[in-house]
Design a protein around this ligand. Structure first.
Ligand code: URP
Ligand code: ZN
Ligand code: ZN
Length: 473
């Protein structure tokens, strides 16, 4: 049924204005003042903001990783995203080094098709580049319509690639105009520091950050930039957590490197003290790169506000605390069924990642907009429009324009609530933001005109989303 949203404060990346929006046949049909459409359902949006659907450019829904599997599937993950106002997901397809890339992308797609309520696409993980890879990737681009890549300068032996593979991947992408997203750390340095710390008996979650300090991340960024400069590839650094990493990328931009910067919600709203919580609670906050001291978060907010940081995603990587994060608990070994080494656990065995796809927009609004760190249009830019532009989805997504998909978020700024595992839709047994007081909520959310959240409650059936074919270059 067509939907007429009346009297909204419409916020896009470029402007804020009062008006009405008519959504019909899945797209935005009219924008204006005093619109009438007797055949449409009418929603009074007085006192509410109307945003374009938010885009999360970095999620993991299906993720075999560190001896286990991420907890969400597309039913729970996309529902959680929508409850928080995110209407489009871009998932990392992460095959193991030994896996066939074409089979992998088909597997990842099968996890979403007919199940996802969000629209979705993928970044294709390149975890090996041998003589067969270019042909496989060309098929993935041409036939599977997946037009951005993902590489890891981390997780050696699992997803990480060697420098000759990095060079070949970036050259391949540069030739075809594909954006390469990259996790940047110095993987060898991480593994040496991990060994040293564990040998010294420093095994708790609080040692995760010291095993991957800011210099390790900055070095990874600088390394990627050197290769991007040499190949001409357009790169996108995912989950940038700290001052020297941003500075390394800014320096490369000045040299002409086409580099985008993503940060993620946990770096903005948490700090390194969380991983130091007693009784292994700190494991809930273990992700890579690690969450840093508060000054880095403060810096990232400023860099979002001035446009240096392009996007804020989540890197949603959901693992249960009790059965999965505890794989790294010192009391757990293989015979307890908890970790794959058979030896007592340590921080290197804690599955890396934080569930957050549901909370990103609320956190950005509460800690960003309400605290005066960013304005509403910056919120739209960093959480929607910029990702759409970088990844070939604009103006179908990330915009409130005639002809754009009717992905709309009606936001109630007066709502007051509290984040809790008891009420979230993600499948994990904990929330990293438990007890946090939030302002504002997604009251009504549509994907191509389908109302999937109504009055802040889930109104979907499942499977409403579709795979998005993107433009390149
Ligand atoms: O800790 C993280 N970030 N987990 C998910 C995998 C990745 O590196 O993106
Ligand atoms: Zn990563
Ligand atoms: Zn990730």
């Amino acid at each position: 049924m067509p939907l007429l949203i009346k009297n909204a404060t419409i916020v896009t990346a470029d402007e804020t204005f009062a008006g009405d929006v008519l959504a019909e046949d899945g797209v935005i049909k009219e924008i204006g003042a005093g619109l009438s459409a007797p055949h449409a359902e009418m929603i009074d949006a007085t006192g509410k903001y109307l945003f374009p659907g938010f885009i999360d450019p970095h999620v993991h829904i299906y993720l075999p990783f560190m001896g286990t599997f991420s907890k969400d599937d597309y039913a729970s993950g996309s529902k959680a995203a929508l409850m928080g106002g995110t209407t489009t997901l871009i998932e990392m397809c992460c095959p193991a080094r030994c896996e066939d890339p074409l089979e992998a992308i088909r597997l990842w797609k099968s996890k979403a098709a007919g199940i996802s309520s969000c629209d979705y696409t993928f970044h294709m993980g390149v975890t090996r580049f041998d003589e067969t890879t270019a042909e496989a990737l060309d098929i993935i681009v041409r036939e599977e319509k997946v037009t951005s890549l993902k590489i890891f300068l981390a997780y050696k032996g699992a997803f990480g690639i060697e420098d000759n593979e990095l060079y070949k991947t970036l050259s391949f992408a540069a030739d075809r105009g594909l954006v390469v997203t990259a996790h940047c750390e110095n993987a060898d340095l991480v593994s040496e520091r991990q060994k040293k710390l564990v040998a010294e008996g420093k095994t708790g979650p609080e040692w995760h950050e010291p095993s991957r300090p800011i210099s390790v991340e900055a070095d990874g960024c600088h390394h990627l930039m050197t290769f991007a400069e040499a190949t001409g590839a357009e790169v996108y650094v995912v989950h940038t957590s700290c001052i020297p990493a941003v500075e390394a990328i800014e320096a490369a931009r000045k040299r002409g490197v086409k580099a985008h910067i993503e940060t993620v919600a946990p770096y903005l709203t948490l700090d390194s003290s969380y991983a130091e919580l007693p009784d292994f609670e700190g494991a809930k906050f273990v992700m890579s790169p690690p969450i840093r001291e508060k000054k880095h978060g403060d810096f990232l907010w400023k860099k979002i506000a001035d446009g240096t940081v392009d996007t804020v995603g989540t890197d949603h990587a959901p693992f249960d605390f009790e059965t999965q994060k505890r794989m790294g608990h010192p009391e757990n070994a293989l015979d307890a069924g908890m970790n794959p080494t058979g030896k007592p656990g340590n921080f290197t065995l804690i599955p890396n990642g934080i569930p957050s796809v549901e909370e990103r927009v609320k956190l950005l609004y509460t800690d960003g907009v309400c605290e005066g760190k960013i304005d509403l249009q910056t919120l739209v830019r960093c959480a929607s429009t910029n990702a759409a532009k970088i990844f070939g989805l604009y103006p179908r997504k990330g915009a409130i324009q005639i002809g754009s998909d009717a992905d709309l978020v009606l936001w109630d700024p007066e709502y007051r609530g509290e984040i809790s595992v008891k009420t979230h839709s993600m499948a994990t047994d904990y929330s990293a933001f438990e007890g946090k007081k939030v302002k504002g909520c997604a009251e009504l959310v549509t994907v191509r005109g389908q109302v999937l959240v109504r009055d802040g409650e889930w109104a979907g059936k499942g499977g409403e989303g579709c795979f998005l074919v993107r433009s390149v270059g």
